[in-house]
Each structure stands twice: as structure tokens, then as C-alpha cells.
Design a protein around this ligand. Structure first.
Ligand code: SF4
Length: 200
């Protein structure tokens, strides 16, 4: 399959198409295809790596402990994950054992992600974790160096941040900690959303 967006003209079509997708091996072990949650009208899109166990069971992205932490960080800067963001992942089916998705799996799923970006048309994209950053931006490197530095992709501003599951493994919120940096990054996102006309 090519890496361009498939002929999908609405998010409903996308949901339906992903629901029966067999384009990579992850289809074999999934419980649910995990396409999105949040607001399709939002100016902000959040992209993670892939579904975990809770997400696979519920069919919704970022609903486990990492997702709940993400929600709290967004709330701490006055943003709601359901109202102010559209949330999805690079791959829509859970990699067994929460391993990283392979390059082949990410490439197979990329057209669905491209369709989401095209249809939601966000002004800003936050991309969480090094794997998702590489998949979306083609930039390899440690997330510690990449995070907090805005990039551009097809005229949209894209901000790499730590993945919230990394924050769960590094619980300090002291100044200079990953959680502290992520709050600062999300504050920066809020400021840019305001510049885009977003209002609380
Ligand atoms: S991960 Fe993506 S490409 Fe693979 S089966 Fe699921 S929806 Fe299809």
C-alpha cells in the first residue's frame, strides 16, 4: 500500500475502514482497533505510539495510567483532552506485550494517520515519544534532546514531548524532571493555541 492517504473522506469512513483493516500482522492479536478519542474539531492533535492493554480492551487511546497522567498534565495548563484535543496513535492495533511497533507495522498504518491529520486539520500537533516522533517526522534521536523543540510538517507546527508512560517511570515532578518539562511544553502548546484563536 502506498504511504499516501487512502480514499477516505470522513472520520466515520476512517473508523469503519480501520475497523476491518488487516494491513499488518497486528490485526491478528487485537481486541479492538483503537482509532481516536477527543474532539475532531480541535486545533490540537496528540499522537502517541500505539495502544496498550487498556486501550485495546476499550477501543480508546490513552485511557490507561499513562493516558490519565496525560489528562492531568493537560488539565494543569487548562486544557481538556476531550474538548481541546483529538488523540490518536501511530498504529491503531496493540503490539503484543506492549513492544514497540515495527517499521513495517508503522508504514502499513501510516495512511490512516495521514488521513486523520488531513481530516482533522489541526494547527498544532504534539507527538509523544521517540518512536512516534520518528514515524511522523522522520527524525531519529533521544526524546530528551528532541522534546520542547517545535518542528514543522506540511505547514503545521509539531512539538515532540516525552511519552506519558516514560513520566510514569520517572515520578519526580521537581524542577528539571521529565514531568516538569512536559508541563512546560504543554503550557507552550496552550500559548500557541491561544495565538491560533483558541479560547478556554
Ligand atoms: S495496526 Fe494499522 S495497519 Fe496494522 S492492522 Fe491495525 S489498523 Fe491495520
Amino acid at each position: 500500500m502506498s504511504t499516501s492517504s487512502p480514499a477516505i473522506n470522513s472520520l466515520e469512513q476512517l473508523q469503519h475502514a480501520c475497523g476491518s483493516c488487516q494491513l499488518c500482522g497486528l490485526a491478528a492479536s487485537r481486541t479492538h482497533v483503537v482509532v481516536s478519542r477527543g474532539n475532531p474539531e480541535a486545533r490540537l492533535m496528540l499522537i502517541g505510539e500505539g495502544p496498550g492493554q487498556m486501550e485495546d480492551e476499550s477501543g480508546r487511546p490513552f485511557v490507561g495510567r499513562a493516558g490519565q497522567l496525560l489528562d492531568r498534565i493537560l488539565e494543569s495548563v487548562g486544557l481538556s483532552s476531550e474538548r481541546d484535543a483529538y488523540i490518536c496513535n501511530v498504529v491503531k492495533c496493540r503490539p503484543p506485550g506492549n513492544r514497540k511497533p515495527t517499521k513495517i507495522e508503522m508504514a502499513a498504518c501510516k495512511p490512516w494517520l495521514e488521513a486523520q491529520i488531513r481530516l482533522v486539520n489541526p494547527a498544532l500537533i504534539v507527538v509523544a515519544g521517540a518512536t512516534a516522533v520518528e514515524a511522523l517526522l522522520g527524525i531519529k534521536g533521544g526524546i530528551t534532546k528532541l522534546r520542547g523543540h517545535w518542528q514543522e510538517r506540511d505547514g503545521r507546527r509539531v512539538l515532540p514531548v516525552f511519552h506519558p508512560s516514560y513520566l510514569l517511570r520517572n515520578r519526580s515532578s521537581a524542577e528539571g524532571s521529565p514531568t516538569w518539562h512536559t508541563r512546560k511544553d504543554m503550557q507552550d502548546v496552550r500559548t500557541r493555541l491561544e495565538q491560533e484563536g483558541w479560547q478556554p
